[in-house]
Design a protein around this ligand. Structure first.
Ligand code: ATP
Ligand code: MG
Ligand code: MG
Length: 358
């Protein structure tokens, strides 16, 4: 059988490996923190000191037939090095856009896709100037490496720009670049996951509605409760980006929906996405199998849903919740095998199904 190489070793890699096994593939994960990770529990694993060990990369590539990733912040030179050995999907070009909020929003805007107004900033003075232009209410984010709302500071009338800049690492992180985004008064957040094959075939899952708590995704509701025209526009945005980026694999696009029905792109991730976990329980083909199909050159599967679904993340210490969920009829529990429950850590998720609407 063939082996899929997986960069990153978290729950997204684990669920991809489980889907890959169902289609007869093996998975080999490669990451600095692979030891006893969620993905390593169900795959072969190589733990490395860093991403830049050329000899280790070559040995890893030799063990795989195709390579993909579950973390979009793998250094671009690592992905370029691997692509010299084996097919690597998604490629370096996609990552260089998706790793950087300024590149990502600029890319979308050049395609005519709307975003919040934004400015790139490299100092407290530039934060202050940008806040005048896109504020008064705005969000300062580090352009790189943020997730679950980390590396962000809200700026409002009365906020000291220097304090906001310091809060995201200004003055301590060398070469820090930030982005100041106007605060979008959205009525809801949606995401669309689109799969794309090397031959250009695409399949998009229906738009889902995302609710956050404390900056972390709490629930995804499938399908999103938005007008059909809004869902169609969200899907169009995701397809346009996937095609323009020449993605092979998955592209998840997060968007804001405003009261007047406008759809604004927030960010994108070229990998399986937390908001797509419902597809494991209510989709004909789940997002992880779809990734395997796309990168292995298999036909894309049906994105039909056979039920409506609500996915809830299980965050932090929840062992007593898990036993209650195991006793709840129809609750579909997924645990990631993480030994240590820390506050804010995604330990698993649960999906509940409802009769299909529409
Ligand atoms: P993720 O965990 O999804 O990768 P992240 O840390 O990369 O998150 P964002 O998705 O940009 O960060 O922001 C997290 C959340 O903060 C958004 O889902 C949204 O609820 C809110 N948010 C971010 N940017 C804005 C904005 N410009 N206007 C209003 N709300 C925003
Ligand atoms: Mg993000
Ligand atoms: Mg986000």
């Amino acid at each position: 059988g063939s082996t899929i190489g997986m960069l990153g070793a978290g729950q997204l890699g684990r669920m991809t490996a489980l889907a890959a096994a169902r289609l007869g593939y093996r998975t080999h994960v490669y990451a600095p923190d692979a030891a006893d990770s969620p993905a390593a529990q169900v795959s072969a694993a190589t733990t490395v000191a860093g991403w830049d060990d050329e000899a280790a990369l070559a040995r890893f590539a030799a063990s795989c037939d195709v390579i993909t990733l579950e973390w979009e912040n793998v250094p671009v030179p690592t992905v370029e090095a691997l692509a010299r050995h084996k097919p690597m999907h998604p490629g370096a070009g996609v990552l260089s856009v998706a790793q950087d909020r300024v590149a990502e929003k600029g890319f979308a805007n050049r395609l005519g896709i709307a975003t919040a107004p934004w400015r790139a900033v490299t100092s407290a003075d530039e934060v202050a100037a940008a806040a005048v232009e896109v504020g008064p209410r705005c969000i300062l984010k580090s352009t790189r490496l943020g997730y679950d709302g980390k590396g962000q500071a809200v700026i409002d009338r009365g906020t000291d720009p220097a304090a906001a800049w310091a809060a995201i690492g200004g003055g301590t992180v060398p070469g820090l670049v930030g982005i100041v985004e106007g605060f979008v008064p959205f009525v809801c957040e949606v995401s669309v996951i689109v799969a794309r094959s090397a031959d250009g075939a695409m399949a998009a899952y229906p738009a889902v509605e995302n609710r956050h708590k404390g900056g972390i995704l709490d629930r995804s509701i499938a399908p999103a409760r938005v007008p059909a025209s809004t869902a169609a526009e969200a899907e169009r945005v995701a397809r346009t980006l996937a095609e323009a980026l020449d993605v092979v694999g998955l592209l998840a696009v997060e968007m804001f929906v405003t009261a007047d029905g406008a759809v604004l792109m927030n960010e994108m991730a070229p990998r399986p996405h937390n908001s797509g976990h419902w597809t494991m329980d209510a989709g004909t083909t789940d997002q992880f199998e779809q990734l395997v199909r796309a990168v292995c050159g298999l036909p894309l599967g049906s994105v039909e849903r056979f039920a409506d679904a609500e996915m809830e993340n299980l965050i932090g210490d929840a062992a007593d919740r898990w036993s209650r969920l195991l006793a709840e009829p129809g609750a579909r529990l997924h645990l990631y095998g993480k030994a240590e429950a820390r506050p804010g850590r995604k330990m698993g998720h649960v999906t509940r199904l409802f009769p299909k609407s529409g």
